[in-house]
Design a protein. Structure first.
Length: 264
């Protein structure tokens, strides 16, 4: 069984055709560096070009933008991708943004090696020790478990996918959610939010994952001579374009790998 990759979390307005260039380059990069993986893309709005779709093994693309999906974790489109993968017999997947790349050869094996060694359920990033914030943009794990974390019936109402994902994660491992956030609250026996994260997840920073943010840095990347060739060959300083757009206010307690693993 081949490994699988799900690329999602992007919408394309009628006046945003430049995003089609980003999607095309990112999909080509994923295909080049994960040549044997089954790649699925999901999204909404203007459709990716036929050449882009041809590089994928399957896709689900809504022609109209689903406004209720925006800025809340894209639960419908993520689940559509999970369902495609399950129907094709896959058990695990690496879920990432379709407008980003990770210059890591065979990223699914890279992620699987981490959770296998650490004996956890999934790999996460950009997560905080505050208000159940769990990064919803990049993850790896069992598709069945990830679907529990993206359960739509417990997703809404919400103003952010981070909190919905974190609460669903607590439920998925058998915990309960108190009425009010408290970092010391016992969610499962004597275990707190941090305890459950450390027990059931592995954590890697955007820097470790070499997470290149095309959404924010597209103009700069395009300014490189022969940028397409450089990107596809990982021949550029991708540390300059690392993803940073996630809650980092002082009271949100963003994790680093050091603070996450310090209590293990």
């Amino acid at each position: 069984m081949k490994n699988s990759i799900l690329l999602t979390h992007v919408f394309v307005e009628q006046n945003e055709s430049y995003k089609l260039d980003i999607i095309d380059l990112c999909v080509e990069h994923f295909r080049k560096h994960n040549p044997d993986d089954f790649i699925v893309i999901t999204g909404h709005g203007l459709s990716p070009r036929s050449d882009t779709l041809d590089r994928c093994d399957a896709h689900y693309w809504e022609p109209d933008i689903i406004r209720t999906e925006l800025n809340v974790g894209h639960p419908k489109l993520v689940n559509a991708g999970f369902d495609i993968l399950l129907s094709n017999g896959f058990e695990t997947t690496c879920k990432a943004r379709i407008d980003a790349i990770h210059p890591i050869l065979n990223i699914t094996k890279y992620c699987d090696d981490i959770i296998t060694e650490e004996k956890t359920k999934k790999l996460i990033t950009t997560t905080n020790n505050c208000d159940y914030h769990m990064g919803d943009l990049f993850t790896y794990g069992s598709i069945e478990f990830l679907k529990e974390c993206w359960r739509i019936d417990t997703w809404y109402p919400t103003n952010t996918g981070l909190i919905s994902l974190g609460k669903n994660f607590v439920r998925a491992v058998g915990g309960t959610i108190p009425d009010q956030w408290n970092p010391n609250a016992k969610l499962l026996g004597e275990k707190t939010w941090h305890d459950l994260l450390v027990e059931h997840t592995s954590y890697r920073s955007p820097e470790t994952l070499k997470w290149v943010d095309f959404r924010r840095h597209w103009s700069s990347i395009m300014g490189m001579p022969d940028y397409r060739e450089k990107v596809l060959n990982n021949d550029f300083d991708y540390s300059r374009y690392t993803w940073t757009d996630w809650p980092q206010e002082p009271d949100t307690h963003p994790y680093t790998e050091g603070s996450f693993y310090g209590s293990r």
